[in-house]
Write a protein that binds this ligand. Structure first.
Ligand SMILES: Nc1ccn([C@@H]2O[C@H](COP(=O)(O)OP(=O)(O)OP(=O)(O)O)[C@@H](O)[C@H]2O)c(=O)n1
Ligand SMILES: C[C@](O)(CO)[C@H](O)COP(=O)(O)O
Length: 240
């Protein structure tokens, strides 16, 4: 459990190029309503009562961030992103004052539909168990493993669906546990696509906390309109 004077810092990896969006513009700077995806995401984190600061990892070539009001906020710090998401996250972790903070929450810039309720559920569940964890949703569909033959992909097998989850973010861990786990995985050239996989490689436990299915990651072109619909629906929920 964090001591009373410590606080929770959020890291937002926002240094990707968004290849799968098939546009020539990093997806985190696409706009929904009157804000960029990055601003929606960071605003949700900054307005959560348990989060004291947000560290955003942006590309060294980023030409967009400086134009955002975020750039002037006292509780927003910018670090340089890395070659892969894991490197961006590690750069954010290294910027944290370990004297003041003992837990860190990592959330994708590309997930603008996160809610305060889910943040609170994750943090409170993990602190109660003194164990890190992630938001996740159980898969809804029958899951197939494919195999390519020439230009076609065929079903190789149906995967066991019991206890199969979609990993989301935020992912929330003790700061030094996550730092050491990521550095250990990288030193062994292990592929790390989320914080939980580094924690798993270091054989630490992670809680799976069921989160909202509308906490989508804007990844492909048709995700943008879906994210816009979700955000408008959430605004209606708040105003209802
Ligand atoms: N070197 C990288 C790569 C990704 N990210 C961030 O990690 C999050 C999730 O990654 P993903 O959805 O894969 O974003 P991109 O890497 O930008 O997408 P793509 O793989 O389509 O290029 C995004 O907020 C992205 O900005 C990052 O900070 N640093
Ligand atoms: C971290 C993550 O959001 C968990 O699902 C996801 O892995 C990040 O996207 P990527 O395409 O794997 O970089």
């Amino acid at each position: 459990m964090p001591s009373k004077q410590t606080s929770i810092v959020a890291i937002v990896p926002a240094a990707g190029v968004g290849k799968r969006m098939q546009i020539n513009h990093p997806k985190q700077y696409l706009t929904i309503g009157n804000q960029t995806i990055l601003e929606h995401t960071v605003e949700t984190l900054l307005t959560h009562p348990q989060i004291s600061k947000v560290i955003i990892a942006i590309s060294a070539e980023d030409e967009y961030f400086q134009q955002l009001p975020l750039n002037k906020l006292a509780n927003v710090q910018v670090v340089e992103g890395g070659e892969e998401r894991v490197h961006s996250v590690l750069n954010g972790i290294k910027a944290i004052d370990t004297e003041q903070t003992d837990w860190v929450l990592v959330h994708d810039a590309a997930r603008p539909c996160l809610t305060h309720q889910d943040i609170t559920k994750l943090i409170d569940s993990c602190l109660a168990e003194n164990t890190g964890g992630i938001l996740a949703t159980p898969v809804r569909d029958t899951m197939k493993r494919g195999v390519a033959h020439g230009q076609q992909v065929f079903i190789k097998q149906t995967e066991e669906r019991e206890q199969l989850w979609h990993a989301l973010t935020p992912q929330f861990y003790p700061l030094l546990q996550l730092k050491n786990a990521i550095e250990f995985a990288l030193s062994n050239e292990v592929t790390i696509t989320d914080e939980a996989s580094a924690i798993e490689y270091s054989k630490h436990a992670s809680l799976l906390i069921e989160g909202r299915g509308d906490n989508i990651k804007v990844t492909r072109p048709d995700d943008l309109s879906l994210a816009e619909f979700i955000l408008h629906k959430q605004e209606d929920e708040i105003c209802a």
